[in-house]
Design a protein around this ligand. Structure first.
Ligand code: KG4
Length: 340
């Protein structure tokens, strides 16, 4: 019997990705990043969609080549329809629709957030890590989202709490920008923090009921702190960048973990996963491992390659939907905002 091959396409922000999954196993995962944004301290939407246009054909061709298949072998095309930057999404979505039409195969809609959460189910021929059993909790932390999600099935997810303003990654990126560092700030803060003292400075933490997050107060308190210190010492940031990064990172991790502790307590669910770009962070991964050890949680930490935006997570989402015959009409438009 011929295999089920799903092509996944991701273009929701500033990474152009294509991946192939054959019978549930990842055969290729290609991502082209966009260095063009680093000069601007954030993603410039118009530049992102132009770069996607340049990258989409070579990235998809390379994913098919690495998987050792031809386009005609594909069973379906899964694509991120949203949420994300509309101009970026349109490139991947238009390409996927054109390909599905030309090959006369189904189109499958993938929700970007659902994809991040299902990244734990990506398997390669070499990797056989245990997958989280349902129900599990997932802390989804990225540049656009900070959410605690209860996952009851691949297609049944409930948001238990989420940020009411900035996302955790966004807070890191903005504080990094204020310090004059590049974009994205998360990996820069992560690297500097490893040489710094996390207790050096105290920044404000939110006091919000329930499982929701807030990071805008922290951002403001960081900004005011720097402003005051720079009045005394114009080189304050340069002299203390490691301690600043470590203290900022620790504050963000404390905020994230406090609500996650509460979610485990409230739900009684002890299988807990991490997802999204910020889950690449060294301190967060360590804090998570300590929770597993000290509180007896079963923890699931994604491989680095599946933390930030990638198409493997879209292909695995597409694979499950294909098995359920959950297909998408070709006239369904991309959307910039949605929930799970
Ligand atoms: O999941 P992602 O690639 O895109 C969104 O869907 O938002 O996440 C990007 C975010 C950025 O805010 C970036 O600064 C952050 O993930 N990030 C990190 C690290 N690597 C990426 N944050 C902290 N530590 C890292 N090592």
């Amino acid at each position: 019997m011929s295999k089920t091959y799903i092509l996944g396409i991701e273009s929701s922000c500033d990474d152009t990705g294509a991946a192939v999954i054959g019978d549930g196993v990842l055969l290729s995962n290609v991502t082209a990043g966009q260095a063009v944004h680093s000069a601007y301290g954030g993603v410039v939407p118009e530049l992102a969609s132009r770069a996607h246009q340049q990258n989409i054909v070579p990235v998809v061709s390379e994913a098919l080549r690495q998987a050792g298949i031809k386009a005609e072998d594909l069973s379906a095309v899964a694509v991120t329809l949203g949420p994300g930057l509309l101009g970026s999404l349109l490139v991947g979505v238009s390409f996927a629709k054109g390909l599905a039409l030309a090959l006369n195969i189904p189109l499958i809609e993938a929700n970007h957030l659902q994809g991040h959460i299902l990244a734990h189910f990506i398997r390669t021929p070499e990797e056989n890590e245990p997958t989280p059993p349902y129900p599990y909790l997932c802390l989804l932390v990225s540049g656009g989202n900070s959410q605690i999600v209860r996952v009851d099935a691949y297609n049944k997810m409930t948001i238990l709490g989420q940020t009411i303003d900035d996302a955790a990654g966004e807070a890191m990126d903005k504080c990094s920008k204020v310090m004059g560092f590049g974009y994205p700030g998360g990996p820069i803060i992560d690297k500097l923090a490893r040489q710094g003292n996390p207790e050096a400075y105290q920044f404000s933490k939110p006091n919000i009921k329930g499982l929701d997050y807030s990071f805008s107060g922290l951002k403001t308190s960081f900004l005011y702190f720097l402003r005051d210190q720079l009045k005394e010492d114009a080189d304050f940031i340069e002299h203390h960048k490691e301690d600043l990064a470590a203290s900022l990172e620790k504050t963000i991790m404390d905020i994230l973990m406090k609500k996650l502790d509460l979610a485990v307590k409230q739900t009684g669910i002890r299988h807990v996963a991490l997802s999204g770009g910020v889950s690449a962070n060294t301190a967060l991964r360590e804090a998570f491992r300590m929770r597993g050890k000290n509180k007896g949680w079963n923890i699931y930490i994604p491989k680095f390659g599946y933390t930030t935006d990638n198409a493997a997570m879209i292909a695995i989402t597409g694979y499950y939907k294909f098995l359920d015959n959950d297909l998408c009409p070709l006239n369904k438009p991309a959307y910039s905002r949605t929930t799970l």
